[in-house]
Design a protein around this ligand. Structure first.
Ligand code: AMP
Length: 421
């Protein structure tokens, strides 16, 4: 199967070939014919599956074939709403790459920067607008953007939109869209509130599902390292020193944690940068740019900042902290092993995180292999012996607290004596 067979026109498949896309990914193969047929689409797929081209290619093709109908100043005819600035920029870059022989113009708007450059681009006229919700509403309210000519609407990463509290913004945007349009709705997960939201947007959609399990199980090699919390930084440095890889994305649960990791790595002579919500847009773009062009080999990110970042040749993902939401793990490791590439995802798991690990394994329906021979595989029992769990004091006379510690130790011994969790 190739893009030509799917009905994609020459100026677009030529651009896809130039990007190195020889054949469509499953989501593209399933979605492109539906969308070329002007149907609404409910796509259950995460970033990393090739979903950007799945929606961008048909939109570009419709606009291109219809180009001559539009006389005079360009009007915004396609709107893509996505939760984060990084994702918005990447989608715009993809439209640019896939549409380079079509003459179709797009621009991207997002918050956290001055609006002048964005409104200048809008004034010049664009066919496609990629936007984060807040800045979109802001510029609509100021009269820079009108949605009355929208013919194609994409809501991307809907579950993340809701997690990030964008539901009211989304509803306001939907209310301004023309009734007659083609709508596309993408979400990695489909809990009931997402299904409800999709009903507000879509007519009678065709459904396409690419299971996260597929991407996780088939492409990404995974490994878990049991390690005491306080040894995680040492383990990270050890991994970089013993097994240098070109590009590593390290996930930290907190912004503060991300900065701390950068500092610790710096002390060990490993050049890294962090991206998270407390960094300015300029600093985030610079870090991402340096990472993409190989000036730095390690990028530390929080989940929200890393959402959807697309880096070719990402060799490994390290979960410095295990995420407490299992789907987040799938999102994270989806950053490596993109499309046809293979990658490795290593996870550092301390005692408190073992329950999260169990949830993850349940979701992906896989046991993640344990690395049994790293230098920081401390016996958690002796750790506990030295340092009673918080809130508990060891009693010299071996009273109740000592018994509690013993029970706790037995629990952990049982846990760690099994080679697989
Ligand atoms: P996405 O899920 O849209 O973020 O795409 C994930 C990655 O896969 C990006 O790096 C794309 O450039 C790449 N990709 C998308 N479609 C294809 C394809 N058909 N062949 C090869 N790579 C692709």
């Amino acid at each position: 199967m190739n893009f030509k067979n799917l009905g994609v026109i020459e100026p677009i498949w030529r651009a896809l070939l130039a990007e190195g896309y020889k054949e469509p990914t499953p989501i593209q193969e399933q979605s492109i014919p539906i969308l070329l047929n002007h149907k609404d689409l409910l796509g259950c797929a995460q970033t990393g599956t090739g979903k950007t081209a799945a929606f961008a290619v048909p939109i570009l093709q419709h606009l291109y074939l219809d180009k001559h109908r539009i006389k005079g100043h360009r009007k915004i005819r396609a709107l893509i709403v996505t939760p984060t600035r990084e994702l918005a920029i990447q989608i715009a870059e993809s439209f640019h790459a896939y549409g380079k022989y079509t003459g179709i113009k797009n621009t991207v708007i997002f918050g956290g920067v001055k609006q002048g450059a964005q409104t200048n681009e809008l004034r010049k006229g664009v066919d496609i607008l990629i936007a984060t919700p807040g800045r979109l509403l802001d510029l609509m309210n100021q009269g820079f953007i009108n949605l009355r000519d929208i013919e194609y609407f994409v809501l991307d990463e809907a579950d993340r939109m809701l997690d990030m509290g964008f539901i009211h913004d989304i509803k306001k945007i939907i209310a301004k869209l023309p009734e007659k349009r083609q709508s596309l709705f993408f979400s990695a997960t489909m809990p009931p509130d997402i299904v409800n939201l999709s009903r507000k947007i879509l007519g009678n959609p065709e459904k396409v599902t690419v299971r996260p399990e597929q991407t996780t199980a088939e492409k990404v090699e995974q490994a878990v390292y049991f390690v005491h919390k306080k040894n995680k930084a040492k383990l990270l440095i050890h991994l970089f020193e013993s097994n240098p890889v070109d590009s590593t994305l390290v996930f930290s649960r907190t912004k503060h944690g991300a900065d701390k990791i950068v500092k610790l790595l710096g002390k060990a002579g490993i050049n890294a940068a962090a991206i998270h919500g407390n960094k300015s847009q300029g600093a985030r773009q610079k870090a991402l740019g340096d990472f993409k062009n190989g000036d730095i080999g390690v990028l530390i990110a929080t989940d929200i900042a890393a959402r959807g970042i697309d880096i070719d040749q990402l060799s490994q993902v390290i979960n410095y902290d295990i995420p407490n939401i299992p789907e987040t793990y799938v999102h994270r490791i989806g950053r490596t092993g993109r499309a046809k590439a293979s990658g490795i995802a290593r996870s550092f798991c301390d005692l408190e995180e073992r329950a999260y690990l169990k949830d993850i394994q349940k979701l992906i329906n896989q046991e993640i292999p344990i690395v049994g021979d790293h230098p920081f595989l401390k016996d958690p029992v002796s750790e506990l012996g030295k340092q009673p769990p918080s809130g508990q004091k060891r009693s010299a006379s071996g009273g109740q607290t000592n018994q509690a510690n013993k029970n706790e130790r037995n629990k952990h011994r049982k846990y760690y004596s099994r080679r697989k969790v």
